[in-house]
Ligand binder design. Structure first.
Ligand code: BGC
Length: 747
């Protein structure tokens, strides 16, 4: 297809006059500015407003007409390449000749579905996350999608919140490095102009994961210091990685909806972080400011949003319908609209859309063997071994009783936010176990996760008699997590726990496999299992990944990216809580310890619950292996440091002292012992993934710049404070079991 760009040709003349090339060159910054200015300066006010308008797909003819009118800066929810090429042609053939930015929620894969982001976080493998995002971009861009609403960087410390599935868990550091890796992968590894890249979108900016009570869309109450120290860092890391866009969140924080929050959208994002891409609202979130009671009507909402620094309106038509009037009334300056338009045109330019707006449909890259292999590796590394009494890996097991509602659930094992991955491509545990040559007797008993019908239980019990091992695959259907899918009860749904209990009573070894979008309260289910592997929702290749894990071809290596509570009543519970005045002492008086008619006393005197104790069921960073690792020969470069450019380096030896090849994830935690404000009990500051053949040893270095000890203190300014710190090298956040501990000082 041939495009005629009247504006572009003028701009190109300008560029060539100064030796520039639209997408590269030594003087690329000024070439880009010249190009963007030349485009924006030539637009009418209406055309500029058109660029700020994002619409959702409708009939293709209507979309073409809208594109031709110049009132469609971006489209979402259209993934048919033929339709998209028609829409694009209408846009570039008509004034103002600006290509449309084609967007979609490509969250953990396009066709080839990777584990949900929470699962990917459990891999602690940034390279794999980067690769997964790159593959998602390659597949999605082959259908014309050049902008994804991912990664979600919301810190989530409440598993009742269904969207915990979409992010990288509870920890600011883990979320920061995973998020940056995802941005890099989506954005062509730093080359956004590659036709196989997608602009990434850091969402939901900001605080959305702290919704009161874990109820989606609810208010948040995050004080500024906590916002700065916990919720903002992953978004800042995305800015440093060059993320192209941000999405404002639905929540109001302490009374101010993010979509109208100037402090966040302008002062911090642009002022402090120097972000020069654009910010899109969430779905209709400008309109929702009326529901919040933060705006009188849609016009007022548009005024508050654009003046706060919100560039693009997702589907509310608030800008399209009101900005002209707001400008003529003097409530919004045309300069504000110019800036928003410039931010959007800049990203279109960086994506190379002005030179190549169309999709080439000649190459089919979807479900490529290399993509499936990467998805399988990701599912293998995302699986966390929570318990193993020696039953895994399978030794001489040939005959398997396979049961449970997720054993053959090709739709549900894909997880939330899957629009494009087809279940016909999913390989389930049932299919994979059979393919691997096991003798599988499949008696699901429960056909979906909420099923309460145990009428087939006797069949399973009978089948257990002839089985070497029982594999129960349960968890949650994909629809039970994700947006708007919050839960008050985090036990296994339906009759799954009863089924497990009955299976355990058969006396046969029971291996449980859980596929879920969140941490579930599985204390009883762990007791009823000889081994448990938590796979989150593992995606397309979950089945083959599971077979490799069960058989021992692959040793589990995932670590929990989020704390697992014993019960919902412990929520929120997370490892990085601040130091309290009465820290847990290990001497907990629990319910059964209290005599009848006990006199009034401050039992236990520390911060814990009488019926749950202090600790969680499973701590952040925890995960078992088939093999064992020994850490030794620790060395720290110094114990006294100064200046934020200084670096702490810890070296040590890891030996695989067990009987299987496998990977370990050593983690470095730090506690700031005394500061101007209370600080977390411990914070993850570095980790690495080390693969070792059995018997092999490797020297490992974990390092952290001193700048990572900075925090926002009393006056909300970022400081590196002098003082004493403790550092641990451990294989989970339970530093009481750390392999090494060392004190150091910042002078
Ligand atoms: C979600 C976003 C998503 C958007 C577009 C909203 O409801 O909160 O995460 O990107 O819809 O589909």
């Amino acid at each position: 297809m041939k495009a005629t760009f009247k504006i572009l040709s003028t701009a190109l003349v300008l560029l060539s006059a100064c030796g520039g090339n639209p997408n590269s060159g030594s003087n690329s910054q000024s070439a880009e500015d010249r190009f963007v200015d030349s485009v924006v300066n030539s637009l009418t006010l209406k055309q500029k407003i058109g660029q700020l308008n994002q619409v959702t797909a409708g009939q293709v003819e209507e979309m073409e007409a809208l594109a031709a009118s110049g009132m469609m800066g971006s489209i979402l929810n259209e993934a048919n390449p033929q339709n998209l090429n028609r829409i694009q042609k209408a846009a570039v053939d008509n004034p103002p000749h600006i290509p449309v930015l084609i967007s979609r929620d490509v969250i953990h894969g396009y066709k080839t579905i990777f584990p949900i982001p929470l699962g990917q976080a459990a891999s602690f493998d940034t390279a794999l996350v980067r690769q997964g995002s790159e593959i998602s971009a390659v597949e999605a861009s082959s259908d014309g999608i050049r902008w994804t609403f991912s990664p979600m960087l919301d810190i989530a410390r409440d598993p009742r919140w269904g969207r915990i599935a979409e992010g990288y868990g509870e920890d600011p550091y883990l979320t920061s490095v995973m998020g940056a890796a995802a941005v890099r992968g989506y954005q062509g590894n730093g080359n956004l102009s590659k036709p196989t890249s997608m602009a990434a979108c850091a969402k939901h900016f900001v605080g959305y994961g702290a919704a009161v009570g874990g109820r989606d869309y609810n208010s948040t109450y995050i004080p500024m210091r906590q916002l700065r120290n916990v919720y903002l860092p992953p978004f800042r890391a995305a800015a440093n990685e060059g993320v192209a866009t941000y999405m404002s969140s639905f929540n109001d924080n302490d009374g101010v909806p993010s979509t109208g929050n100037k402090l966040i959208l302008s002062d911090i994002l642009r002022g402090e972080w120097k972000f020069d891409g654009f910010v899109v609202s969430d779905w209709f979130s400008i309109g929702e400011m009326v529901n919040h009671g933060f705006a009188d009507d849609m016009k007022h909402a548009a005024e508050r949003a654009i003046n706060a620094g919100l560039d693009m309106d997702m589907v509310a038509n608030a800008y399209k319908d009101n900005l002209e009037a707001l400008i003529s009334e003097g409530k919004v300056s045309e300069k504000t609209v110019d800036n928003a338009c410039r931010n959007i045109v800049r990203i279109k330019y960086r994506l190379g859309l002005f030179t190549n707006p169309y999709i080439s449909t000649s190459q089919d890259v979807k479900y490529a063997p290399a993509h499936l292999a990467a998805a399988q590796k990701s599912a293998e590394e995302s699986a966390v071994l929570l318990k193993n009494n020696g039953v895994l890996p399978f030794k001489n097991f040939k005959k398997i009783l396979l049961t449970g509602p997720m054993s053959d659930a090709p739709h549900d094992q894909l997880g939330t936010w899957v629009f494009d991955g087809e279940k016909s491509h999913t390989v389930t545990p049932l299919v994979a176990l059979k393919d691997a040559g096991y003798e599988v007797n499949y008696v699901p008993v429960l056909t979906y996760s909420r099923d309460k019908n145990l009428s087939n239980l006797s069949k399973a019990i009978a089948a257990a008699k002839t089985a070497d091992v029982i594999v129960f695959v349960g968890g949650e259907e994909s629809i039970l997590s994700g947006e708007a899918h919050c839960l008050a009860n985090l036990n296994l749904q339906g009759a799954q726990s009863q089924l497990l209990e009955a299976l355990k009573k058969t006396g046969k070894p029971v291996v449980s496999v859980i596929m879920a979008g969140r941490p579930l309260t599985i204390a009883d289910d762990l007791n009823n299992s000889d081994a448990m592997i938590y796979m989150f929702h593992p995606g397309t290749m979950g089945g083959p990944a599971l077979v490799n894990l069960l058989s021992g071809n692959v040793t589990p290596s995932g670590k929990l990216p989020v704390t697992f509570p014993k019960s919902v009543g412990q929520v929120p519970i997370y490892y990085g809580q601040n130091m309290t005045g009465r820290p847990a002492s290990g001497h907990e008086v629990l319910l059964d310890d209290i005599p009848a008619e006990a006199g009034q006393t401050s039992l236990g005197c520390t911060s814990y619950m009488l019926d749950a104790g202090f600790g969680p069921l499973l701590e952040f960073g925890f995960g078992l292996s088939y093999t064992s690792f020994e850490f030794s020969d620790f060395n720290i470069n110094r114990t006294s440091f100064s200046g934020e450019n200084d670096e702490i380096k810890v070296t040590f030896l890891i030996k695989n002292s067990g009987n299987y090849d496998g990977a370990e994830i050593p983690q470095l935690y730090v506690r700031d012992l005394s500061a101007s404000i209370t600080r977390p009990i411990k914070e993850l500051k570095a980790f690495t993934r080390v693969f070792l053949k059995k018997g092999e040893s490797k020297k490992v270095e974990l390092s952290m710049p001193l700048s990572s000890l900075k925090f926002f203190g009393l006056d909300d300014k970022e400081v590196l404070e002098k003082g004493k710190f403790t550092l641990w090298i451990a294989n989970s956040s339970n530093v009481d079991k750390a392999a090494w501990k060392c004190d150091f000082e910042v002078k």
